[in-house]
Design a binder for this molecule. Structure first.
Ligand code: ATP
Length: 256
């Protein structure tokens, strides 16, 4: 694991903590419509943050900007205090899974991972190590991606994100297509990574599972942060989190 770098910030009862991911007044519009609207959010090192919100709330757009795949209109999105494009070896610091369909369907899972190893200058032994981590067998890794189920493609995407043993994981709906056992397994994997110091930001629609594993929940609707806090604090202040989620997002969701 790479040493964590980032900025110190003051957090209520916790005192000082290290910020690894930071969105500051982030704005993005498409066709004159604000889809990310002054989003400000800090994610502390070694924590799991669930990024929740209805379809079209702006989660993927914010994550894409964070990963340098889209430019903001205003504001900043940084990892370890730097824009993704200016990180020295971004693939080694940040592992990302944005789209389970990003792999070439004609390649095998193993070939896809080997290609990523080559691109990042990693030893080929990492391929088998991450396959073991995500529960894909050697035989499955030799099948073409076009024959994979969605759950298998998600596991392959996660394997790819883990290749560089990154200090930060950014995952866009990684639980989609995973069965309940798979979702439980994913949660445990992410908790374990966070326990080792990894910072995890994951978007999801699996409210109960994310509530179970996340240190913090950030809820956005209509491009704006509408709630942020520890699950226990949100429950103490607002009661059942699913009911609270519906209350803060109802009427605000836009068509995706
Ligand atoms: N490249 C684009 N061009 C035009 N509109 C876009 C583009 N990307 C996203 N949008 C729009 O921005 C809004 C936010 O989309 P985004 O994918 O960020 O939402 P999301 O919260 O990730 O939703 P979901 O949960 O459905 O994945 C949507 O209305 C979407 O149609």
């Amino acid at each position: 694991m790479l040493p964590a770098v980032g900025s110190m910030c003051r957090t209520g009862r916790l005192g000082w903590t290290m910020t690894m991911i930071n969105f500051d007044q982030l704005c993005k519009s498409y066709g004159g419509r604000r889809v990310v609207d002054e989003l400000t959010l800090s994610v502390s090192a070694g924590t799991v943050t669930g990024f929740l919100g209805p379809n079209g709330a702006g989660k993927s757009t914010a994550l894409r900007i964070l990963l340098g795949m889209s430019a903001p209109d205003a504001g900043t999105a940084t990892v370890a205090d730097r824009r993704y494009q200016s990180l020295g070896s971004p693939g080694l610091l940040v592992g990302a899974l944005l789209d389970a369909d990003a792999f070439h369907p004609g390649r095998t899972g193993r070939e896809s991972l080997r290609l990523s190893c080559l691109t990042m200058g990693l030893p080929m032994r990492r391929v088998d190590e991450v396959l073991d981590l995500v529960g894909l067998t050697r035989a499955e890794s030799r099948r073409r991606v076009r024959s994979y189920s969605l759950g298998m493609r998600q596991r392959l995407g996660l394997a790819n994100a883990l290749l560089g043993d990154p200090a930060v994981l950014i995952l866009d709906e990684p639980a989609n297509g995973l069965d309940p056992q798979g979702q439980r397994w994913l949660g445990e994997l992410l908790r374990e990574r966070a326990g080792q110091g990894c910072t995890v930001l994951l978007s999801s629609h699996q409210l109960a599972e994310v509530e179970r594993i996340a240190d913090r929940l950030a809820i956005i609707a209509d491009g704006r942060l509408v709630a942020h806090g520890r699950p226990a604090e949100l429950r103490a202040s607002h009661g059942d989190i699913t009911d609270f989620y519906f209350a803060v997002t109802s009427g605000l969701d836009r068509a995706a």
